[in-house]
Design a protein around this ligand. Structure first.
Ligand code: ZN
Length: 366
């Protein structure tokens, strides 16, 4: 029993050994309000990244449909949402920032896309599509997705009845043919991206790059993985390093590489990565991007993550990737000067058109 008396003052002392200065009082309600402001900033940043990603990806998806075989669709360049499509603690900020309600609204229109040319604007509420009522409330987004994806398969003209500032507006959109590999933005801060064989996923960490060329190069790289059917060819065994992620931001390079590449490192994957760099540079060039300094992304990676200059595991080392991209850029330059079509050498052999794609959509590759 005596021990308690010894221990107790120590416990109290420990408990009291905190700050000694007189701290300003923080009201609970003010903390609540500040948290709301910070969530609004998070949502704003996500929206900015999302729009930038779609704006950069759109021309790459369009310009390369001829190389995407059967995997083609027709895109409007218009993105929609309603309040019921969001949950979690960011919902309130999202709804407020975009003025969302139960109706499906246009939240983003890619510049110069068919929807933009038809006069569709962010903030428009969708009322009908080809004369059919558009659902609202819970599940409306899925219903609308089904309606529009049916139309997107054929590329037929879409007539939308919209409401803008309480006025009815009609827009006739002729969707554009594109590769059917939609690009998603995951809100995670990880510096990585991957291709599944059916889609491309970017983590938001990658979008911290202020250089559009680096982002476009990564989009080209991931699209190349899908076009060349790398995920289906078994690339899933050698999951992704953060190496590509580091291309853009260089943050957390080593850790991410270790985490992501533990699943397997095969020479096959390294070849796939080189092929994705090579074909991806073509995809970027075909979309009209200036590729003259595209390889510089690898020098920038070297500065930020020096350990990647000479070392690669699932991916080739950065120095090699710089030189390989430079060679691809030079090769493309020669083809351009000769007026030749920009098709990667041996493309159809590389793509292995005989190979049956196997649906393995959950597998990840960087
Ligand atoms: Zn890759």
């Amino acid at each position: 029993m005596r021990r308690w008396f010894v221990l107790l003052p120590l416990v109290l002392l420990t408990a009291c050994a905190g700050a000694v200065t007189k701290l300003p009082t923080v009201e609970t309600s003010a903390v609540y309000e500040e948290a709301k402001k910070q969530r609004a900033l998070v949502v704003k940043e996500y929206i900015n990244s999302f729009e930038r990603l779609q704006r950069l990806a759109y021309p790459i998806l369009l310009a390369n449909y001829e190389l995407c075989g059967e995997e083609v669709t027709y895109l409007t360049g218009m993105f929609t949402a309603n309040a019921d499509g969001f949950n979690g603690e960011m919902r309130e900020a999202m709804v407020k920032l975009r003025n969302l309600d139960e109706f499906i609204k246009v939240v983003y229109v890619v510049p110069n896309s068919p929807a933009a040319k038809a006069g569709v604007k962010a903030g428009d509420t969708l009322i009908t599509i080809n004369g059919n009522q558009i659902a609202y409330g819970e599940g409306a987004e899925e219903k609308f997705d089904r309606q529009i994806s049916k139309i997107q398969k054929t590329g037929e003209r879409i007539t939308l009845e919209l409401r803008r500032n309480d006025k009815a507006v009609t827009a006739a959109i002729t969707p554009a043919k594109a590769c059917n590999y939609p690009v998603y933005l995951d809100a995670s801060g990880v510096d990585n991206a991957y291709a599944t064989g059916t889609k491309i996923v970017f983590y938001q960490g990658l979008m911290r790059a202020d250089n559009d060329t680096a982002v476009a190069l990564t989009i080209g790289h991931e699209l190349a993985h899908n076009i060349m059917r790398h995920p289906q060819k078994g690339m899933q065994n050698a999951v992704a390093g953060g190496f590509l992620g580091a291309l853009v931001t260089g943050l957390t390079g080593v850790n991410v590489v270790n985490t992501f590449s533990n699943a397997g490192r095969s020479m096959n994957q390294r070849d796939f990565e080189s092929e994705a760099d090579y074909v991806g540079t073509y995809l970027m060039a075909r979309a009209g991007y200036d590729i003259s300094d595209a390889a510089d992304a690898w020098r920038a990676t070297g500065i930020r993550a020096p350990q990647q200059i000479s070392h690669g595991s699932s991916h080739p080392p950065g120095a090699e990737r710089f030189l390989a991209v430079e060679k691809a850029v030079a090769e493309i330059g020669v083809k351009r000067s000769k007026g030749q079509k920009l098709i990667p050498n041996d493309f159809h052999k590389l793509r292995d058109d005989e190979a049956e794609p196997t649906a393995n959509t959950d597998e990840v590759s960087n």
